[in-house]
Design a protein around this ligand. Structure first.
Ligand code: FES
Length: 334
C-alpha cells in the first residue's frame, strides 16, 4: 500500500510503502534528506513526525532515546510508514548542507583501465556512508600532511563503494604509489565531500557535459544520478582524450540515453579513429554555435576549462550557466 509523505517546510511530496524506509523512498524520489550511515547508527537522519503513524524499525535507544520518540522524533533511515505522514526535516539543497567529514577507507579494488588510468574502489567502515552531491570530490590526506583531490565517480544512489579515477601524473609521488606499490586492503584517509561542481536541478535548459580525460569521473556521477531520477532535460556528453585509450570506459557512455560524442585530439594510426578530432570544446561549438539556451558542465585541465569558458561565453552562453571543475595538479615530485 502506498502512503503519501509530505515534507515540511519544503512542501515536497513523495510516496512510500510499509517496507521501504522513509529515507530510501525520499532519495528514490529525488529528495535529498540528510544521512550518514543509513543504518541507525549515527543519528544524522533524525527528524520529526508531525502527523501520521510510523514503525521505528531497528532504531536503537542509544541513537533515538525514549524521550525523543515520545516527542515524535524518528530515524528516517529506519522508520517505515504506517499511514500518510507529514515529516519535518531539513533537505539538502546545496553543498553547504552536507557536513565535511574525515573518514578512513580501505582500498577494495584497484582496476587498471588504461596505461595511465586506475579506478580505485574504496570501502568505508561498517555503518558509514558518504553523503555527497554528484560532481563533488574527496581529498586524500597523505602521511606527509599533503592532500590530493579526486572527484567521486559513482552516483550517490550507488554508494557501496566510493570510486575515484586516477590518472598517472609524471613525477607525482601519490600517483606513483597508486600505480606501483598500492595493494588492495590498504587504508587511506580522506576528507569530504568538497566542491561546488554539482547539477543545478532547478534549471530546465539542455545540459552539455564536457569532459577531458579523467574529468569524466564527476560527470559520470552527475549523469548516473540524473538518469536514476528520470531527468527529462536533454543531455549531451562530449568526452575528449588524446587517443582511444584515453576514453577508458568506452562502452559506458554509449549505454546511456544521452547524446554522446567522443573526441580525440591526437589519435594514433593504431586507433583507426573515424570519429571527431581536435579540441573537445571545439566539437561542442561546431554542433552548438549558439549556446544562449544551454547549461554547460565542464571538467578537465585548467587550460581546457579556461579555453572552453572563453569560447562558450563568446558563443552566447550566460556566464552563470557555465559550471566547471578544473584539475589542479600537484607540483612535480610531490
Ligand atoms: S543515517 Fe545514520 S542513523 Fe540514520
Amino acid at each position: 500500500m502506498a502512503f503519501q509523505i509530505s515534507l515540511s517546510p519544503s512542501g515536497h511530496h513523495y510516496t512510500s510503502d510499509a517496507t521501504t524506509t522513509l529515507l530510501e523512498a525520499a532519495l528514490a524520489a529525488g529528495f535529498t534528506l540528510p544521512y550518514g550511515c543509513r543504518n541507525g547508527a549515527c543519528g544524522s537522519c533524525k527528524g520529526k513526525v508531525l502527523a501520521g503513524e510510523i514503525d521505528h524499525g531497528k532504531a536503537q535507544p542509544n541513537v533515538l532515546s525514549d524521550d525523543e520518540r515520545a516527542k515524535g522524533m524518528a530515524l528516517f533511515c529506519c522508520a517505515t510508514a504506517r499511514s500518510d505522514l507529514t515529516l519535518e526535516c531539513r533537505e539538502v539543497g546545496n553543498a553547504k548542507d552536507i557536513p565535511v567529514r574525515m573518514l578512513p577507507c580501505r582500498v577494495q579494488k584497484i582496476e587498471r583501465v588504461a596505461e595511465d588510468v586506475i579506478i580505485l574502489s574504496l570501502k568505508l567502515p561498517t555503518n558509514e556512508r558518504l553523503q555527497f552531491l554528484p560532481g563533488q570530490y574527496i581529498e586524500f590526506l597523505l602521511k606527509d600532511g599533503k592532500r590530493r583531490a579526486f572527484s567521486i565517480a559513482n552516483a550517490p544512489h550507488s554508494d557501496e563503494f566510493v570510486t575515484v579515477h586516477i590518472r598517472r601524473v609524471d613525477g607525482g609521488a601519490f600517483t606513483a604509489h597508486v600505480f606501483e606499490t598500492m595493494k588492495e586492503k590498504e587504508i587511506l584517509r580522506f576528507n569530504g565531500p568538497l566542491g561546488s561542481f554539482y547539477l543545478r536541478e532547478e534549471s530546465t535548459k539542455p545540459i552539455i557535459f564536457v569532459a577531458g580525460g579523467t574529468g569524466f569521473a564527476p560527470i559520470k556521477s552527475i549523469i548516473e544520478h540524473a538518469l536514476h531520477h528520470g531527468e527529462k532535460r536533454q543531455m549531451h556528453l562530449y568526452w575528449g582524450a588524446q587517443n582511444r585509450a584515453g576514453l577508458y570506459l568506452p562502452e559506458l557512455p554509449s549505454s546511456w540515453p544521452v547524446h554522446y560524442v567522443p573526441v580525440l585530439s591526437n589519435a594514433e594510426a593504431s586507433d583507426a579513429w573515424q570519429g571527431r578530432s581536435g579540441f573537445v570544446h571545439h566539437a561542442v561549438l561546431a554542433d552548438f554555435p549558439d549556446l544562449a539556451d544551454a547549461q554547460v558542465y565542464a571538467c578537465g585541465s585548467p587550460a581546457m576549462i579556461d579555453a572552453a569558458r572563453a569560447d562558450f561565453i563568446r558563443a552566447g552562453l550566460p556566464e552563470e550557466d557555465f559550471f566547471a571543475d578544473a584539475f589542479s595538479l600537484a607540483p612535480l615530485g610531490s
